[in-house]
Design a protein around this ligand. Sequence first.
Ligand code: MN
Length: 130
Amino acid sequence: MDNIFPKGAPLPEQFSKYFIGTAYLKMLTTAGVPIGNVTFEPGCRNNWHIHHKGGQILLVTGGRGWYQAWGEPARELHPGDVVEIPAEVKHWHGAAKDSWFSHLAVEIPAEGGSNEWLEPISDEEYKKLA
Ligand code: MN
């Protein structure tokens, strides 16, 4: 898969333990608004999680993947798609089972912001997604 931004290194253990499969991270900037390039191998996805106070914006740059908010159908993602994730919304994002996937993750700055990591999306749920 072509990747506009550097792929970076496999996630450190403090984050990788909340992912199924291998994802890579390259922080592109921390000047005011932290922006990281996240690349997921096929089948890789993160656990359900919540961005407290700040929220997150995903800018899709490569491959094919999914975003799902709790209680909503999964949304298929392609390069050029923008996902606005409000603070306090439980959600996950990751690759399709047969495709690499890359997005920029923009962290919306907020005082006292934090991430809360929750349970993985089950294989049963994930396998339903084409
Ligand atoms: Mn997120």
